[in-house]
Design a protein around this ligand. Structure first.
Ligand code: FNR
Length: 355
């Protein structure tokens, strides 16, 4: 199995398997505000992740590169990112680190969007030197390091040892001169893991929760004998965000995993995220309907986000992060078992009523 055909398999199977929608965000309800004192025209979507200023909390999350066919996807994603002004990450660049002739399939995203926020991407096996080369390849503003233990375990040709990842991430953080964001790919994040990552200098955590693109299902499709029970493995996006709540400071958490529109993006923000990553849903818009449709899908997500903000009395992303939400269902049961206090989310205010 070549790396090139694996990249193409991932795109094809991700589109075929789709998103389960069971990201836990259905368990989260906003407390409506009948006196929100907001105006749609005065709502700001600007936000910050670490030291990076973002025009919008929406991020096109890491997907692809490493084959001629994927250059077309990265170009489309890059053009839509430029049109809409959202940040974008390319997929894992290890293919081009091993074979520099593939660098163009990633760099095309920078050419399509010369002034935008663009994130490089590698796995935690990378060396600091590989990190620097990935950043240089696309003139990246930040470097994402992905954690994907379950994907590797299910992948027929995947890694089998995961020792020493935190130490390697610390060396990458010290060895590159851009912020490092650590992300899961859809199996979720715990508060403890997030705290340990921040303690070695990681700038932001992308929780990468379960409930969207499912890399166990994708790799199982590529196996002769599937390990089906890994398909249900992990912490949902809602659970992951709540796990991180007590450990990750404001402005350092990204919500992702099955985000398909503005309401889900708003709920992820209300659970603590300063930005929201979307991958599978945007890939589908691009592949099925083209760059303009993708740009429209991003704008529609932002429009919906503004509607939620108007209804809950939040004028900024930071205020939305403090909007009251009631958490029920399996997510509440998870939090009770894990000792995560959720009543404070229901009893707070987006902004003090005296304002
Ligand atoms: C991904 N994802 C991913 N992540 C990463 O860090 N490096 C990578 O190379 C890839 N490759 C990749 C390929 C394809 C086709 C998809 C759809 C996704 C994972 C992605 O960034 C994200 O974490 C998950 O897909 C969960 O988000 P969604 O898809 O549920 O919004």
């Amino acid at each position: 199995m070549t790396r090139r055909s694996r990249k193409l398999d991932h795109v094809r199977i991700a589109l075929a398997t789709g998103q389960s929608g069971r990201n836990g965000l259905d368990d989260v309800r906003f407390v409506h505000n009948p006196l929100p004192d907001t105006s749609l025209s005065h709502i700001s979507l600007t936000t910050r992740i670490g030291d990076l200023d973002m025009r919008s909390p929406i991020l096109i999350n890491a997907m692809t590169g490493g084959a001629a066919e994927t250059a077309e996807i990265n170009e489309g994603l890059g053009r839509a990112a430029r049109e809409t002004g959202v940040a974008m990450a390319v997929g894992s660049q290890m293919a081009a680190i091993r074979d520099p002739s593939l660098a163009g399939s990633y760099a095309v995203a920078r050419r399509a969007n010369p002034d935008g926020l663009l994130f490089a991407n590698l796995g935690s096996e990378a060396t600091p030197e590989q990190g620097r080369r990935a950043v240089e390849m696309i003139e990246a503003n930040a470097l994402q390091i992905h954690l994907n233990v379950v994907q590797e375990l299910v992948m027929p040709e995947g890694d089998r040892s995961f020792e020493g990842a935190l130490g390697r991430i610390e060396r990458i953080v010290r060895g590159v001169d851009v912020p490092v964001i650590v992300k899961e790919v859809g199996f979720g994040m715990t508060g403890d893991a997030a705290a340990r990552l921040l303690s070695v200098g990681v700038s932001a955590i992308d929780c990468g929760g379960k409930g969207g693109t499912n890399f166990s299902r994708i790799e199982n499709e590529r196996r002769e004998r599937p390990i089906a029970w890994f398909d249900e493995w992990g912490l949902s996006t809602a659970e992951s965000l709540l796990e991180c709540g007590a450990h990750v400071p404001a402005g350092r958490l990204i919500g992702s995993g099955g985000i398909r529109g503005g309401l889900e993006a708003a709920k992820a923000i209300a659970l603590g995220a300063a930005a929201v990553g979307m991958a599978g849903a945007l890939l589908r818009a691009l592949r099925e309907s083209g760059v303009e449709a993708l740009a429209d899908a991003i704008r529609e997500t932002e429009r919906e986000l503004r509607l939620v903000m108007a209804a809950v009395g939040a004028r900024t992303v930071d205020e939305l992060r403090r909007a009251p939400v009631v958490i029920g269902g399996e997510t509440a049961a998870w939090c009770a078992a894990r000792g995560i206090e959720i009543s404070k989310y229901a009893r707070r205010e987006a902004r003090p009523t005296s304002e």
